[in-house]
Design a protein around this ligand. Structure first.
Ligand code: NAD
Length: 250
Protein backbone atom coordinates (compact mmCIF):
# COMPACT_ATOMS: atom_id res chain seq x y z
CA UNK A 1 0.00 0.00 0.00
CA UNK A 2 1.58 3.33 -1.02
CA UNK A 3 1.67 6.29 1.36
CA UNK A 4 -0.76 8.21 -0.86
CA UNK A 5 -3.29 5.32 -0.59
CA UNK A 6 -2.93 5.42 3.20
CA UNK A 7 -3.37 9.20 3.30
CA UNK A 8 -6.77 9.33 4.98
CA UNK A 9 -6.44 6.08 6.89
CA UNK A 10 -6.29 6.14 10.70
CA UNK A 11 -4.39 3.77 13.00
CA UNK A 12 -4.87 3.58 16.79
CA UNK A 13 -1.86 2.06 18.53
CA UNK A 14 -2.20 1.50 22.28
CA UNK A 15 0.86 2.12 24.44
CA UNK A 16 2.49 4.11 21.65
CA UNK A 17 4.71 6.58 23.54
CA UNK A 18 7.49 4.03 24.07
CA UNK A 19 9.00 0.73 22.94
CA UNK A 20 7.30 -1.43 20.32
CA UNK A 21 4.12 0.69 20.17
CA UNK A 22 6.03 3.87 19.40
CA UNK A 23 8.07 2.12 16.68
CA UNK A 24 4.85 0.80 15.08
CA UNK A 25 3.26 4.27 15.24
CA UNK A 26 6.31 5.88 13.60
CA UNK A 27 6.48 3.20 10.89
CA UNK A 28 2.77 3.56 10.00
CA UNK A 29 3.05 7.36 10.08
CA UNK A 30 5.96 7.15 7.60
CA UNK A 31 3.66 5.05 5.40
CA UNK A 32 1.03 7.81 5.34
CA UNK A 33 -1.31 6.75 8.16
CA UNK A 34 -2.76 9.29 10.57
CA UNK A 35 -1.80 8.08 14.05
CA UNK A 36 -3.90 8.06 17.21
CA UNK A 37 -1.27 7.85 19.95
CA UNK A 38 -2.20 6.54 23.39
CA UNK A 39 -0.52 5.86 26.73
CA UNK A 40 -1.45 5.28 30.36
CA UNK A 41 0.54 8.13 31.92
CA UNK A 42 3.18 9.83 29.73
CA UNK A 43 0.91 12.69 28.66
CA UNK A 44 3.69 15.15 27.77
CA UNK A 45 5.49 12.59 25.56
CA UNK A 46 2.16 11.73 23.92
CA UNK A 47 1.32 15.34 23.15
CA UNK A 48 4.80 15.98 21.73
CA UNK A 49 4.50 12.89 19.52
CA UNK A 50 1.03 13.92 18.32
CA UNK A 51 2.36 17.40 17.54
CA UNK A 52 5.23 16.05 15.47
CA UNK A 53 3.24 13.63 13.25
CA UNK A 54 0.80 14.91 10.60
CA UNK A 55 -2.84 15.10 11.81
CA UNK A 56 -2.02 12.84 14.79
CA UNK A 57 -3.87 12.86 18.12
CA UNK A 58 -3.01 11.72 21.62
CA UNK A 59 -5.38 10.24 24.23
CA UNK A 60 -4.49 9.23 27.78
CA UNK A 61 -6.34 6.20 29.19
CA UNK A 62 -5.69 3.53 31.80
CA UNK A 63 -6.62 0.27 30.10
CA UNK A 64 -7.06 -1.42 33.48
CA UNK A 65 -10.28 0.62 33.76
CA UNK A 66 -13.07 -0.46 31.36
CA UNK A 67 -14.69 3.00 31.41
CA UNK A 68 -11.44 4.55 30.19
CA UNK A 69 -11.01 1.79 27.56
CA UNK A 70 -14.40 2.72 26.06
CA UNK A 71 -13.63 6.45 26.29
CA UNK A 72 -10.38 5.88 24.34
CA UNK A 73 -12.23 4.46 21.32
CA UNK A 74 -14.92 7.11 21.41
CA UNK A 75 -12.33 9.93 21.73
CA UNK A 76 -10.37 8.60 18.73
CA UNK A 77 -13.51 8.21 16.61
CA UNK A 78 -14.80 11.65 17.62
CA UNK A 79 -11.45 13.25 16.68
CA UNK A 80 -10.64 11.39 13.45
CA UNK A 81 -14.08 10.23 12.26
CA UNK A 82 -12.83 6.81 11.16
CA UNK A 83 -10.59 3.89 12.06
CA UNK A 84 -8.75 1.50 9.72
CA UNK A 85 -6.14 -0.18 11.90
CA UNK A 86 -6.15 -1.09 15.61
CA UNK A 87 -2.92 -2.28 17.22
CA UNK A 88 -3.41 -3.70 20.72
CA UNK A 89 0.15 -3.20 21.90
CA UNK A 90 -0.14 -2.01 25.52
CA UNK A 91 0.65 -4.76 27.96
CA UNK A 92 1.99 -5.47 31.42
CA UNK A 93 4.27 -8.16 32.77
CA UNK A 94 5.04 -9.75 36.13
CA UNK A 95 8.33 -11.48 36.89
CA UNK A 96 7.56 -14.55 39.05
CA UNK A 97 9.49 -17.85 39.07
CA UNK A 98 7.27 -20.57 37.60
CA UNK A 99 7.81 -22.68 40.74
CA UNK A 100 6.50 -19.91 43.13
CA UNK A 101 2.80 -20.68 42.79
CA UNK A 102 1.60 -18.65 45.79
CA UNK A 103 3.50 -15.57 44.59
CA UNK A 104 1.33 -15.61 41.45
CA UNK A 105 -1.71 -14.43 43.40
CA UNK A 106 -5.27 -14.08 42.12
CA UNK A 107 -4.79 -10.27 42.10
CA UNK A 108 -1.78 -10.61 39.78
CA UNK A 109 -3.74 -12.94 37.48
CA UNK A 110 -6.64 -10.45 37.40
CA UNK A 111 -4.47 -7.40 36.71
CA UNK A 112 -2.60 -9.14 33.86
CA UNK A 113 -5.84 -10.39 32.28
CA UNK A 114 -7.44 -6.95 32.64
CA UNK A 115 -4.76 -5.17 30.58
CA UNK A 116 -3.47 -7.99 28.33
CA UNK A 117 -6.75 -9.73 27.43
CA UNK A 118 -9.94 -7.90 28.46
CA UNK A 119 -8.82 -4.40 27.35
CA UNK A 120 -7.91 -5.62 23.81
CA UNK A 121 -11.28 -7.43 23.67
CA UNK A 122 -13.23 -4.31 24.63
CA UNK A 123 -11.22 -2.11 22.26
CA UNK A 124 -11.96 -4.51 19.40
CA UNK A 125 -15.66 -4.64 20.31
CA UNK A 126 -15.88 -0.83 20.55
CA UNK A 127 -13.93 -0.33 17.28
CA UNK A 128 -15.71 -3.04 15.26
CA UNK A 129 -18.34 -0.83 13.67
CA UNK A 130 -15.82 1.82 12.57
CA UNK A 131 -13.39 -0.83 11.26
CA UNK A 132 -16.21 -2.43 9.23
CA UNK A 133 -17.25 0.94 7.80
CA UNK A 134 -13.78 1.85 6.52
CA UNK A 135 -12.97 -1.62 5.15
CA UNK A 136 -12.85 -2.26 1.40
CA UNK A 137 -12.28 -5.46 -0.57
CA UNK A 138 -8.83 -4.30 -1.73
CA UNK A 139 -7.95 -2.98 1.70
CA UNK A 140 -9.69 -4.84 4.55
CA UNK A 141 -9.38 -3.24 7.97
CA UNK A 142 -6.76 -4.74 10.22
CA UNK A 143 -6.33 -5.60 13.89
CA UNK A 144 -2.92 -6.59 15.26
CA UNK A 145 -2.51 -7.95 18.77
CA UNK A 146 0.99 -7.83 20.26
CA UNK A 147 1.26 -11.06 22.23
CA UNK A 148 4.51 -12.87 23.10
CA UNK A 149 6.53 -15.98 22.34
CA UNK A 150 5.60 -16.83 25.96
CA UNK A 151 2.03 -17.30 24.72
CA UNK A 152 3.21 -19.85 22.17
CA UNK A 153 5.77 -21.93 24.13
CA UNK A 154 5.76 -22.85 27.85
CA UNK A 155 8.21 -20.04 28.71
CA UNK A 156 8.05 -16.45 29.95
CA UNK A 157 8.54 -14.07 32.86
CA UNK A 158 5.67 -15.69 34.78
CA UNK A 159 2.90 -18.23 34.22
CA UNK A 160 0.09 -15.61 34.50
CA UNK A 161 1.83 -13.43 31.87
CA UNK A 162 2.37 -16.37 29.52
CA UNK A 163 -1.23 -17.56 29.97
CA UNK A 164 -2.58 -14.04 29.30
CA UNK A 165 -0.62 -13.87 26.03
CA UNK A 166 -1.76 -17.40 25.05
CA UNK A 167 -5.34 -16.19 25.61
CA UNK A 168 -4.65 -13.18 23.37
CA UNK A 169 -3.32 -15.50 20.65
CA UNK A 170 -6.39 -17.73 20.83
CA UNK A 171 -8.67 -14.69 20.80
CA UNK A 172 -6.83 -13.54 17.66
CA UNK A 173 -7.64 -16.74 15.80
CA UNK A 174 -11.26 -16.91 17.00
CA UNK A 175 -11.84 -13.28 15.93
CA UNK A 176 -10.08 -13.85 12.59
CA UNK A 177 -12.80 -16.43 11.91
CA UNK A 178 -15.72 -14.39 13.20
CA UNK A 179 -14.74 -10.97 11.75
CA UNK A 180 -13.63 -12.13 8.28
CA UNK A 181 -13.58 -11.14 5.49
CA UNK A 182 -14.19 -7.50 6.42
CA UNK A 183 -11.66 -7.30 9.23
CA UNK A 184 -8.37 -9.22 9.34
CA UNK A 185 -7.03 -10.13 12.79
CA UNK A 186 -3.41 -11.18 13.34
CA UNK A 187 -0.90 -11.29 16.18
CA UNK A 188 2.82 -10.71 16.50
CA UNK A 189 4.47 -12.85 19.18
CA UNK A 190 7.86 -11.24 19.87
CA UNK A 191 10.69 -12.91 21.74
CA UNK A 192 13.08 -10.48 23.42
CA UNK A 193 12.83 -6.88 22.17
CA UNK A 194 15.09 -4.05 23.35
CA UNK A 195 12.56 -1.74 25.06
CA UNK A 196 12.21 -0.04 28.47
CA UNK A 197 10.34 -3.17 29.68
CA UNK A 198 13.38 -5.43 29.13
CA UNK A 199 16.28 -3.09 29.96
CA UNK A 200 17.08 -4.96 33.19
CA UNK A 201 16.49 -8.50 31.85
CA UNK A 202 20.18 -9.46 31.73
CA UNK A 203 19.51 -13.23 31.69
CA UNK A 204 17.19 -12.94 28.70
CA UNK A 205 19.73 -10.78 26.82
CA UNK A 206 22.41 -13.43 27.56
CA UNK A 207 20.10 -16.24 26.38
CA UNK A 208 19.30 -14.53 23.08
CA UNK A 209 22.98 -13.66 22.50
CA UNK A 210 24.22 -17.17 23.17
CA UNK A 211 21.35 -19.39 21.95
CA UNK A 212 19.23 -17.67 19.31
CA UNK A 213 20.21 -18.13 15.65
CA UNK A 214 20.11 -14.32 15.17
CA UNK A 215 22.40 -13.86 18.21
CA UNK A 216 20.39 -10.97 19.73
CA UNK A 217 17.00 -9.65 20.69
CA UNK A 218 14.94 -7.61 18.19
CA UNK A 219 14.94 -3.84 17.83
CA UNK A 220 11.44 -2.31 18.18
CA UNK A 221 11.71 -1.20 14.53
CA UNK A 222 12.07 -4.84 13.48
CA UNK A 223 8.73 -5.65 15.13
CA UNK A 224 7.23 -2.52 13.54
CA UNK A 225 8.34 -3.83 10.14
CA UNK A 226 6.30 -7.01 10.73
CA UNK A 227 3.28 -4.89 11.77
CA UNK A 228 3.63 -2.90 8.55
CA UNK A 229 3.71 -6.13 6.53
CA UNK A 230 0.52 -7.35 8.23
CA UNK A 231 -1.26 -4.03 7.72
CA UNK A 232 -0.31 -3.87 4.04
CA UNK A 233 -1.54 -7.41 3.32
CA UNK A 234 -5.05 -7.74 1.92
CA UNK A 235 -5.19 -11.48 2.64
CA UNK A 236 -3.40 -12.61 5.82
CA UNK A 237 -5.66 -13.33 8.77
CA UNK A 238 -5.46 -15.54 11.87
CA UNK A 239 -1.66 -15.59 11.82
CA UNK A 240 0.47 -15.50 14.96
CA UNK A 241 3.88 -14.43 13.76
CA UNK A 242 6.49 -15.76 16.13
CA UNK A 243 9.29 -13.18 16.02
CA UNK A 244 12.00 -14.53 18.31
CA UNK A 245 15.09 -14.52 16.09
CA UNK A 246 14.76 -18.31 15.82
CA UNK A 247 15.18 -19.05 19.55
CA UNK A 248 12.30 -21.55 19.46
CA UNK A 249 14.30 -23.68 16.97
CA UNK A 250 17.01 -24.36 19.52
P1 NAD B 1 6.89 -0.72 27.09
O1 NAD B 1 6.94 -0.78 28.56
O2 NAD B 1 7.79 0.19 26.35
O3 NAD B 1 5.41 -0.47 26.57
C1 NAD B 1 4.29 -0.96 27.22
C2 NAD B 1 3.19 0.04 26.94
O4 NAD B 1 1.98 -0.44 27.53
C3 NAD B 1 3.50 1.41 27.57
O5 NAD B 1 3.28 2.42 26.62
C4 NAD B 1 2.49 1.51 28.70
O6 NAD B 1 2.04 2.83 28.91
C5 NAD B 1 1.36 0.64 28.18
N1 NAD B 1 0.53 0.19 29.28
C6 NAD B 1 0.86 -0.68 30.27
N2 NAD B 1 -0.17 -0.77 31.14
C7 NAD B 1 -1.14 0.05 30.70
C8 NAD B 1 -2.42 0.41 31.18
N3 NAD B 1 -2.92 -0.06 32.32
N4 NAD B 1 -3.12 1.31 30.47
C9 NAD B 1 -2.64 1.83 29.34
N5 NAD B 1 -1.44 1.53 28.83
C10 NAD B 1 -0.69 0.66 29.51
O7 NAD B 1 7.13 -2.22 26.64
P2 NAD B 1 7.20 -2.95 25.23
O8 NAD B 1 8.28 -3.96 25.39
O9 NAD B 1 7.24 -2.00 24.08
O10 NAD B 1 5.81 -3.76 25.24
C11 NAD B 1 4.82 -3.62 24.27
C12 NAD B 1 4.06 -4.94 24.12
O11 NAD B 1 4.94 -5.96 23.64
C13 NAD B 1 3.49 -5.47 25.45
O12 NAD B 1 2.19 -5.99 25.22
C14 NAD B 1 4.44 -6.60 25.82
O13 NAD B 1 3.83 -7.59 26.61
C15 NAD B 1 4.81 -7.11 24.43
N6 NAD B 1 6.07 -7.86 24.39
C16 NAD B 1 7.26 -7.24 24.65
C17 NAD B 1 8.44 -7.99 24.60
C18 NAD B 1 9.78 -7.37 24.85
O14 NAD B 1 10.77 -8.14 24.91
N7 NAD B 1 9.90 -6.06 24.99
C19 NAD B 1 8.39 -9.35 24.26
C20 NAD B 1 7.16 -9.94 24.03
C21 NAD B 1 6.00 -9.19 24.07
Amino acid sequence: MSSSQNKNRVALITGSTSGIGRAIAEQLSNEGFTIAFHSRSSVVDGEVLAGSHPNASYTQADLADQTQVKKLTSAVLAHHGRLDVLVNNAGINAMIPHTSLKEASADIWRSLYEVNVIAPWTLIAEAEQALRKSSTQDCPSSIINISSHAGVRPKGASIPYAASKAALNHMTQLLALSMSPTIRVNAIAPGLVDTPMTESWSEAHKLWKEKSPMGRGAKPQEIAHIASMLVSSSYLTGEIILSDGGLSLT
